[in-house]
Design a protein around this ligand. Sequence first.
Ligand code: LLP
Length: 437
Amino acid sequence: MTMTAFEFRDGVLHAEDVPLTTIAEQFGTPTFVYSQGYFEQRYAALRAALDGIDHELCYAVKANSNLSVLHTFAQLGAGFDIVSGGELQRVLTVGGDPARVLFSGVGKTVAEIDLALKHQIGCFNVESAEELERLAARAALLHTIAPVSIRVNPNVDAATHPYISTGLKTNKFGVPAEQAPALYRFAAAHPALRVVGIDCHIGSQIADPAPLLEAMNNLLALVDNLAAEGIVIEHLDLGGGLGVTYDDEPDFAAGAYGAALRTALKDRHLKLLLEPGRFLVANGGVLLTRIEYLKPAADAASDGDAKNFAIVDAAMNDLIRPALYQAHHGIETVQPAAVDARRWDIVGPVCESGDFLAKDRLLALESASLLAVHSAGAYGMVQSSNYNTRGRAAEVMVNGATVRRIRHRETVRDQIALELDGLPASVFDVDLRQTGS
Ligand code: LLP
């Protein structure tokens, strides 16, 4: 359905038309490398799958919030799904249209609500009765009207990892379907609120459209009940969650999902909104990393537990998904090595046994080999940290034969800057140049 962003040409793994070896030389490692063409094509493919449906794609900023990634989607005309005031400011920075911003999340603060009201965002996806009351009060105070949707928890099993499943009664998200009508009545009657939509998001990395369609049916039943009370819903927001291929799972059946939505929404005056994140960006990125040391088992034959470790310069602070969700990320050498393949654990320098990127991978590795960790375009950089005072990786964007740095590699100076004025005066004058870069 879409291009492969990362392919071997003449034995070297490329990002679009650029060899990853060149990127490593120019920008160092670890570096996140993204393909702009891939992002554009995934967006177009999803739009095509929804052809004939009045719809809008609101890119879930949390998946990859780099300004240049957001700019790419803004240029394509996307809306945005945000979960913080910070994400709103990112969207505004790249010229995203606030009227097409959805604000999701269970814990919106007064400051965040005010910021979003000031910029007249498209919709607040409200997750509780208290939040609705707070929103109404802030909108009234600011003499404005807040557009609202109630996030309904449809109690549907998305059949995904428990940490990224959100549509069950036991999850903190949304309000139970039984409670939603009361919130809608409150909103419809309140002069500072305007009912515009209904929404849900049942989880992430969902393989099959079936649970999403089940959630849709639950929401449509509510839409009909509300209509009978004279409360008109203008848009139906089914969230994100469309799964991608990490290992051997099939790519989400966007065409089948679109076809089912087309049928279900045919005679309804409902605009469809989706909030895809991972589907648009995951496989448009790799984490480029170099081997620092090889630590093969002394004698694999003598001990069945013996392990071969390849220690790379990327770690769990750069890509936490393997440690946090037991996630699989494909790993390839950027150039083939003339050595025998064996099973390696690919680990980072962080002082935790949970610091691994992959286990038991059959790879032919030699000292200083460059590796590409695949599917790192979503929930990679955004979940990175400075653990072990490691600077965050650089990010680059490839577009055809051109590469541009879209985020500098973080320096120690960047990291310590926010801590310096906590020091006693005697050491406050520390010469920052000593920390190098
Ligand atoms: N809308 C809402 C309200 C969400 O909470 C999320 C993701 C999305 C949309 C986008 O979901 P997507 O289309 O990307 O599946 N860190 C985890 C994923 C957490 C997803 C949280 N919510 C991971 O690395 O797998």
